[in-house]
Design a binder for this molecule. Sequence first.
Ligand code: SAH
Length: 393
Amino acid sequence: MKRLILRRGREKSLKQHHPWIFSGAIERLEGSPAPGETVAVADVHGEFLALAAYSPASQIRARVWSFDDEPIDTGFLRRRLAQAWSARGSLLPPGTSAFRWVHGESDGLPGLVIDVYDQTLVIQVLSAGAEYWRDAIVEAATVISGRSGVFERSDADVRALEGLSARVGGLSGHPESFPLIEERGLRFRVDIKAGQKTGFYLDQRDNRQRIGELARDLDVLNGFCYTGGFSLSALRGGARSVLSIDSSRPALDAAQENMRLNALDEGKAEWMEADVFAALRRLRDQGRTFGLIVLDPPKFAPTAHHAEKAARAYKDINLFGLKLLKPGGLLATFSCSGGVGRELFQKIVAGAALDAGIDAQIVGRFSAAADHPVALNFPEGDYLKGVLVRRMD
Ligand code: SAH
């Protein structure tokens, strides 16, 4: 078998079962594997460490399939998919027909994402290894899930880092373009072809529930509302009013359609197409205040290289968010940037409060829902973080 030999001492992270092998750790390659082909990884003495998918274009030169010496074939992929499938059963709340079935590295399937939207599967292939096995994965996925419609949304930026071009389209059966899903009984129409990510932010499911519980009788502001997830939850939870802001017209149209699907009180909802950075300043100038504010912006820092610029953006929205809170009001603020860790994010929010001249305390913390697990050996998987902050004065 073709082999990757690591430099002396560079086997340490693999021995801790971290699944990535960076180009700088490699002493030499024996043989010439195709992109995505399986290679054996060995230390400088030739001792076996892992089986991994080779990715010649990427800084992450190989991603581990297995730390055991077992065949990497369709049977292996089927087992990993089936494990992830059976784990989801007990993790989902009632009234929920959409979930993340496969969460990449944390499910032992590096570079692979599969989301289930009722009867439709949406797959994201983000690494050379997942690309190499794509047909086998799709075939196994339809069998295990009992769903025939599969749509591919391999258009995430990270594909370029693997030397892969974007690809979007149907892969199997007749995937529904706008599947109707339920999340704890709330209904949403998901645009799997043109929506963001694979169409819906499944990772925020539990946090939307929490916001619903907190919203009763409050004036709520939902910044970066997308298709209305937090807004609908707040309306159902008995909010007095909900102002939702997004810069995307299609997202706002979908959000309003979702509101109508759920027969919520439309009179309590206000929808604003705007840049949140500018809108928060305008709301301050108008003297508006809120009892509960949600800020769930897009990924400002995909990697640690972007952390500084991202920190300024996070600080800006949180500073103005805090200023718009009534005394005793709550700010639920999120970051899904891999490049900004929990500790740094908390520091940024603390800095924003200081600059705003506001005393505040953390009264809750947020993570991604359980169908987005974080493998203990893969802390990079812990990308979504948030704090619930209470304004004291
Ligand atoms: N909270 C949402 C997901 C938010 S995704 C949910 O639960 O579904 C981030 C959203 O921010 C996207 O809808 C995107 O259109 C929007 N967005 C990005 N930059 C923006 C900006 N500067 N102002 C307003 N909206 C923005």
